[in-house]
Ligand binder design. Structure first.
Ligand code: GLA
Ligand code: ZN
Length: 665
């Protein structure tokens, strides 16, 4: 057993003989796992009543002979042309109301009875054929579920979903606040999907009725989950045990992964970081994905070894970066490191996407050499980190409902983005070396000393009480501007802001000022000066101590950041959109109080993460994201990759320190 290494393999795209060359190179690169059949529906089922397993048989047998394991896909991420032709219901209707015809992928209407029937059936047939095959270690259902459909079938399914959620039209009218703008519904049939033809203008985030749009987002996520569950159930008819997953996309807004997670046997995700804040942002996504299944290890299902193709500009991963980011995934809980793609396809939209093996089939390329080197390292590491958990004392709450509600809101500011607020707070924790569980608002909080809840816009259920309990027993809770604003239906509370959170934070907010991005109001905080932008809440302490004040405008000298003593602990309210340095200052204060600063806190661009194996062995991963070497402080343990203690870390360098087995008390 070892960390799985390999990725998406599509030999259906090239002549059979090439596979021999592929497998020879896979041996060289220590590839042990292949994800097969992600887009083979049209080959597996070339006509409504014809199933043809020649291609999958050949690929799976060849892999098995070579001793490799297979993650087998159901192939339903793209439907076949004949299906769209015979059953137009399977294609989607877009946000503008345009009925699509056959084309692209990730293109099926989740509510189409024909899509549901045919996709479940192809999954059933594949499972029937390959269940129990010794090479198969996991099932991969669909691919990167996402997008949305606004067709009549989805409208009907939405109405049914609403009946289940709200029970009666009266309750629905109440939840949606329909006395506004003469919207009272007197029959379920009057309800339309919210799109460009109905409630929206200027795109998906501009809606006249937040409650309607919010429910449609929830419904669409649930509808696609139904598709996943259809196929999972079909697989389970012949394979009761092999774990089933689907590849998520990390920080992906349209799908509420927390609602999906219980239905997956393990989480997996595709890491294609979009911007230059990558290291911290990737760490957040890894922590979120690990949090989906209660901290269990996940799979890095896809990453590019070198370049993507889908962006306007596709930068190359510099030498060492693929290795560094792979170890980062492991550091945050991955038990598999997989690539898209194993060999580069020759045609269509991904022909320039990076691959383990390029078009020419060479092994003497830089990329192949780096892949082989990492394969050798992972082989050398063996089973040591498998199943290891992250011993986090800090939780960061992540909530799709708050994300949606905040970003479809008219006012206070379209410039405040949920992920920006979340990433700034996570980045501070990351930079200071705290291990962080990113968890749902419904998750238990008992294990944490510190709970960070950025932009916790919507308060549902008993969350306010559970946060108060953290502070009461001596922990610290942090929240920010735009928290505690709305209930589960996106209606404001009929109390002071921050609603049910007010007693915990000991503040009241009557007014807030939103400004253009160029406007800065400096905040004096704990003796230093930081910038704040975009949104400025005028915080009125109701017992809380002022720790940060605005410097400018008519509210100069008033509270921007406060700390409330609550029970044995503290509750921090950050009322302004502080710059990253300001957020880091707050987080540093809190981590210091709890003794949670990491061993390399303050070493810029140096990341640390801990995992503890089931036998109690503890691993400290130290990752240098800088282009220059870094001298590390003295650290316990021996680097498993070199057998030496840690000293100076190379540019993009990694050490995996095994500290002594943790003593169990
Ligand atoms: C996604 C998909 C793959 C492939 C890659 C390319 O993650 O799942 O099929 O398109 O992107 O980056
Ligand atoms: Zn539809």
């Amino acid at each position: 057993m070892k960390i799985r290494y390999g990725g998406d393999y599509n030999p259906e795209q090239w002549p059979p003989g090439v596979a021999d060359e592929d497998h020879r190179l896979f041996d060289e690169a220590r590839i042990d796992t292949l994800t097969v059949g992600v887009f083979t529906w049209a080959l597996t089922q070339p006509a409504p009543d014809v199933y043809d397993f020649t291609t999958l048989d050949r690929i799976i047998e060849r892999a098995a002979v070579a001793g490799r394991r297979v993650c087998l896909a159901t192939g339903t991420g793209a439907h076949p042309a004949w299906l769209a032709r015979a059953h137009p219901s399977v294609t989607r209707t877009d946000f503008e109301g345009r009925k699509h015809r056959f084309g692209q992928r990730h293109n099926s209407c989740p509510s189409s009875p024909e899509f549901r029937r045919f996709s479940a059936e192809v999954a059933r047939r594949i499972a029937r054929r390959y269940a129990g095959h010794p090479a198969i270690i996991a099932w991969h259902v669909g691919n990167e579920y996402g997008g949305a459909c606004y067709c009549e079938l989805c409208a009907a399914a939405f109405r049914q979903w609403l009946r289940d959620r709200h029970g009666s039209l009266e309750a629905l009218n109440h939840a949606w606040y329909t006395t506004f703008w003469s919207h009272t519904f007197t029959n379920w049939d009057q309800i339309e999907p919210p799109n460009a033809l109905t409630e929206h203008w200027r795109g998906p985030d501009h809606t006249a009725f937040q409650g309607i749009t919010l429910d449609y987002l929830r419904f669409m996520s649930d509808a696609m989950l139904t598709n996943f569950r259809d196929e999972k159930a079909a697989i389970r008819e012949s394979d009761p045990d092999t774990p089933i997953t689907t590849n998520f996309m990390g920080l992906y807004r349209p799908i509420d992964y927390h609602r999906w997670a219980p239905h997956l046997d393990f989480a997996s995700w595709d890491n294609y970081p979009p911007d230059d804040r990558s290291p911290a942002r990737m760490a957040l996504a890894h922590d979120l994905m690990r949090g989906l299944k209660d901290g269990q290890p996940f799979w890095l299902m896809e990453q590019t070894p070198s370049v993507t193709a889908c962006r306007d500009v596709n930068p190359l991963k510099r030498p060492g970066v693929m290795r560094l980011w792979s170890w980062q995934a492991v550091a945050h809980g991955a038990d598999a490191v997989l690539f898209f793609q194993m060999r580069a396809g020759r045609g269509a939209s991904e022909k320039y996407h990076g691959a383990v093996i390029g078009h020419a089939g060479r092994s003497d390329t830089r990329v192949f050499r780096e892949i082989t080197a990492l394969g050798t390292e992972l082989e050398h590491l063996g089973p040591a980190t498998l199943g290891a958990r992250t011993p986090a004392r800090v939780a960061l709450l992540f909530d799709w409902d708050s994300w949606w509600a905040l970003e479809i809101s008219d006012g206070p500011s379209r410039l405040v983005k949920y992920l920006d607020v979340v990433t700034t707070h996570h980045q501070a924790l990351w930079q200071l070396g705290a291990d962080v569980d990113v968890i749902a608002v419904t998750a238990p909080l008992d294990a944490y000393d510190v709970v960070v809840a950025p932009a916790l816009h919507m308060i549902k259920g008993d969350l306010a009480d559970r946060l108060s309990a953290v502070a009461a027993r001596g922990g610290t809770v942090v929240t920010t501007f735009l928290s505690g604003r709305v209930d589960q239906d996106d209606n404001a509370f009929r109390t002071d802001v921050p609603g049910p959170l007010a007693p915990l934070f000991g503040v009241r907010v009557d007014e807030w000022d939103a400004r253009e991005a160029s406007f800065v109001n400096p905040v004096t905080l704990l003796g230093s000066r930081f910038e704040s932008r975009l949104l400025f809440e005028l915080v009125i302490p109701q017992g809380a101590e002022v720790v940060g004040t605005y410097e400018a405008d008519f509210y100069a000298g008033t509270a921007a950041v406060t700390r409330n003593d609550f029970g044995a602990g503290h509750a921090w309210y950050v009322g302004a959109c502080l710059d990253p340095a300001g957020v880091e200052r707050v987080i540093r204060e809190i981590l210091t109080r709890h003794g949670l600063l990491g061993p390399c806190a303050g070493l810029h661009g140096v990341e640390t993460a801990t995992r503890v194996a089931p036998d109690g062995t503890s691993f400290l991963f130290v990752l240098n994201h800088n282009t220059a070497p870094v001298d590390l402080p003295p650290l316990d343990g021996i680097d498993l990759l070199t057998g030496e203690p840690a000293g100076t870390l190379d540019p993009y360098g990694v050490v995996v320190l095994q500290t002594r087995p943790a003593s169990r008390t």
